[in-house]
Design a protein around this ligand. Structure first.
Ligand SMILES: Cc1cc2nc3c(=O)[nH]c(=O)nc-3n(C[C@H](O)[C@H](O)[C@H](O)COP(=O)(O)O)c2cc1C
Length: 414
């Protein structure tokens, strides 16, 4: 019986263990987690979501304080169009995080950065260009373009000296999205080095509507594989979403996948960025506690625990400090929802906003418990301790379980 270790992910001459730990913002897929994946011979992701905020916490910068200072007078203004990022600071935050991570890299694996187009930051093109180019400057092995169609993203890096040597790939949830990406980026004469095909069971935002349950990862992967074969395009395919055991991984690898991308099982790893008490919430969740809703202002459905504190929270929009979801005109659907509730209850001390959430603030504070569909199975991957809590795992243990297990078995920790 085969295990995932019988296969290899190939980038040119380089061979890797075919296990990719997916990007999880905001700093849920930490540098430590990505470094473990690379040390063990696979691919790890850091995330570029809200990096100025992350570097404040990790590397002692003051980017959020300085931004808030600059825009303090705008706090009570519902028009946020003036609230802009300092591109120099965005570049510096990217440099700090990527350089720090790459400096500590050991082993034969690779480290990629997950870069979400939906973080429009009140200047979509300019901020995306700075983030992509900053990551290349700082020596990242590769970039995974996420949360968006990225029709112009290759062009933003085209004249960068590393454009042809760094590994560049995209996450898609349909053949149509991939075809659009290939067509629009064809001018740069560069194919993606890999394509992650993310199905409807993934964590974070979904590339599907609220009818997500009608889609199936394997069907989409096979459709894209057949298309690439017919077009004679040799691009490694990496399925993601709901791959919970080594045997799940093998079933995709045997059908032609180059690797698998996984995330949910690593949300309860010691190296993951979630606070330990939040990990316990993930362990405790039953299947009925996991919901897909539309409270994210990005417009994409998002999966999360139903007791997530972000649901219903009516906090003041945090755009002067954060503002990562402000569109090109400085709008965010949470601001509208918040103002509507304030107008409806002008004398209320606390308001509740049910239809949208202030995703920047809540992701920053680990109060939006986004998770994959299989989160309810996490309790089966560990032991229950005498105090009733669940034992947090090591990333190495989980990685090796994906790499070596057979027969749908899951190895419990010592
Ligand atoms: C907590 C969490 C946060 C995530 N955040 C992101 C993200 O910021 N960007 C992204 O492209 N995908 C994100 N994802 C999706 C993962 O990278 C991955 O593709 C997917 O969850 C794999 O499926 P699995 O979780 O069932 O293993 C997230 C997933 C989880 C569980």
């Amino acid at each position: 019986m085969k295990c995932a270790d019988d296969f290899r992910l190939r980038f040119g001459k380089q061979e890797l263990v075919p296990i990719v730990i997916g990007g999880m913002g905001v700093d849920i897929s930490t540098a430590d987690l990505a470094l473990e994946a690379a040390r063990l011979g696979g691919v790890g992701h850091i995330s570029d979501a809200m990096l100025p905020t992350v570097t404040d916490r990790r590397y002692d910068t003051d980017f959020v304080k300085e931004k808030l200072q600059q825009y303090k007078s705008n706090l009570d203004n519902s028009n946020k169009s003036a609230v802009k990022f300092d591109l120099g600071q965005v570049a510096e935050a990217t440099r700090l995080h990527v350089e720090h991570t790459m400096r500590n890299k050991r082993g034969a694996g690779m480290i990629f950065i997950n870069c979400m187009e939906k973080l429009t930051m009140n200047a979509p093109r300019e901020t995306l260009a700075v983030r992509l180019r900053g990551a290349l400057d700082a020596g990242i092995d590769g970039i995974t373009l996420a949360a968006g169609l990225h029709l112009g993203s290759f062009a933003l890096m085209e004249d960068h000296p590393r454009f042809r040597d760094a590994k560049l790939g995209i996450i898609v949830s349909s053949l149509r999205a991939l075809q659009l990406f290939l067509r629009k980026n064809a001018r740069t004469s560069r194919l993606p080095d890999f394509v992650v095909v993310e199905g409807p069971l993934a964590g974070g935002h979904l590339g599907f509507g609220m009818d997500w349950a009608q889609y199936d990862l394997r069907t989409i992967v096979n459709e894209i594989r057949d298309y690439l074969l017919a077009e004679k395009l040799d691009i490694p395919l990496i399925p993601a979403g709901g791959i919970f055991t080594g045997s799940d991984a093998v079933s995709f690898l045997e059908q032609g996948a180059a690797a698998v991308q996984v995330a949910t099982r690593f949300t309860v790893a010691r190296e993951c960025g979630l606070p330990k008490d939040v990990m316990q919430e993930y362990f405790k969740a039953g299947e009925g506690d996991i919901v897909v809703n539309t409270i994210s202002p990005t417009g994409y459905p998002m999966r999360m625990l139903k007791n997530t504190p972000a649901i219903g929270s009516g906090i003041r929009p945090g755009c002067e400090s954060y503002g990562y979801l402000l569109d090109a005109s400085g709008n965010c659907s949470y601001i509208d929802a918040y103002n509507r509730e304030i107008a409806a209850c002008p004398d209320a001390k606390n308001i509740s906003v049910m239809d949208k959430t202030c995703l920047c603030t809540h992701m920053r504070n680990f109060k939006c418990w986004t998770c994959g569909h299989t989160t309810y199975r996490l309790k089966d991957t560990t032991r229950r301790l005498a105090d009733g809590s669940y034992q947090v795992l090591n990333a190495e243990h989980i990685f090796h379980d994906y790499q070596f297990s057979t027969d749908n078995k899951i190895a419990l920790p010592d």
